[in-house]
Design a protein around this ligand. Structure first.
Ligand code: ATP
Ligand code: LTN
Length: 334
């Protein structure tokens, strides 16, 4: 508990450009959580290093993600938005937790298996111990809840196992976190392959709408979106392309899917796609304007980073001191 509120923790890797999938499925659902919970949202830049990054681009990407969190509506005064790499306790606790994690457990992680298959020339130890760093992220803040997508469920389970293992040896050290399924996060599919999740690392940029796409690009991508030959605008398993577009339309315009089906009854795919594009633009445009404005306010942004890094470090170091003591490391003489 912090300030009498339960703690909620999440974050995104600073890799690739965010898509409307990331926004509608995750970020948008975070915006109001701070009313009920004490929220921490990290820019997970240490995790991003498990894959080779170009230093200059990477530096920009991580900073852009920080600004984007705010442009999307996360209030940096009410949520602790910070850089994982600025709080050294993450790396330190990850080491300590490494000593409480079994190789057999890590071997079962499907994300590791997938990523190892994808990056055969760089199966580094960081990729293998990725879940341990993630456990450190969460446990440092004694988080009660962690909102994540299905793909991260296994990582949350290992986090709980590690926490329980440490608690069993040393007593009450960590809060054991629960997954958080708030409002069902919409799962957005690729515009080109509607049976696959829209993903920021997709090689085909036409499958994804990026948060920074300009209106013309958005219209063009929706025009090219894969539909089907039913020529009917209906939400059904047989029509994954059309259903995905309805889902996007509904999430962006606030119209329930059933109402949207009625709205477009008897109308053609062309007209429908234009309406979806318009709905997306009306959500992204203000965010892009705010992003552009904030990007010009370097001193203000740097101030926020400093302030939030400090706040995160305060709570993280408190837990780290507790763990060091419990594990029997000598205190640093003062
Ligand atoms: P990558 O392609 O780099 O693996 P990703 O686009 O799948 O990334 P993550 O960084 O793994 O995104 O996820 C960040 C958050 O966005 C997670 O909470 C995840 O569940 C959510 N998310 C990602 N893609 C989608 C999607 N298509 N629909 C809904 N939510 C999504
Ligand atoms: N692995 C997560 C990103 C992530 C995270 C976390 C999410 C790193 N540390 C801690 C929640 C809590 C991902 O790829 N989405």
């Amino acid at each position: 508990m912090i300030n009498d509120k339960q703690v909620l923790y999440s974050g995104m890797q600073a890799t690739g450009n965010l898509t409307i999938g990331n926004y509608l499925g995750a970020l948008k659902n975070w915006l109001t959580l701070n009313e009920e919970y004490e929220c921490f949202f990290g820019v997970m830049d240490l995790h991003s290093l498990t894959v080779r990054q170009n230093p200059a681009e990477f530096r920009k990407k991580a900073k852009n993600l920080f600004i984007l969190y705010i442009a999307a509506g996360l209030d940096p005064k009410k949520n602790c938005i910070y850089f994982q790499s600025h709080v050294s306790a993450h790396a330190e606790l990850a080491w300590l937790l490494n000593c409480f994690t079994y190789v057999g457990e890590l071997n079962r992680m499907t994300q590791f298996k997938d990523k190892a298959a994808k990056h055969k020339d760089n199966i580094n130890a960081g990729l293998f111990t990725y879940p341990v760093l993630m456990a450190a992220d969460i446990l440092l803040y004694q988080a009660d809840f962690v909102p994540v997508g299905k793909d991260q469920k296994q990582h949350l389970e290992i986090t709980r196992d590690i926490a329980e293992r440490v608690n069993a040896v040393y007593g009450d050290v960590f809060t054991v976190p629960e997954p958080f399924f708030g409002k069902a996060g919409t799962k957005i599919m690729s515009l080109q392959e509607p049976t696959q999740k829209m993903s920021k690392s997709d090689e085909n940029p036409n499958g994804s709408i990026y948060l920074m796409d300009d209106p013309d690009t958005i219209v063009r991508k929706f025009k090219r979106a894969v539909t089907d030959s039913f020529s009917e605008i209906r939400y059904s398993e047989e029509q994954p392309g059309v259903s995905n577009l309805l889902e996007i339309y509904s999430a962006c315009s606030g119209t329930p899917i059933a109402d949207a089906e009625k709205e477009f009854e008897g109308r053609g795919y062309g007209e429908f796609k234009e309406a979806v594009a318009e709905a997306v633009i009306s959500v992204l445009k203000p965010m892009q304007d705010e992003y552009a404005r904030l990007s010009g306010e370097k001193a203000y942004i740097d101030g926020l980073i400093r302030e939030n890094d400090e706040k995160a470090a305060y709570y993280a170091n408190k837990t780290l001191r507790k763990v060091r003591k419990k594990m029997g490391l000598n205190e640093i003489p003062r």
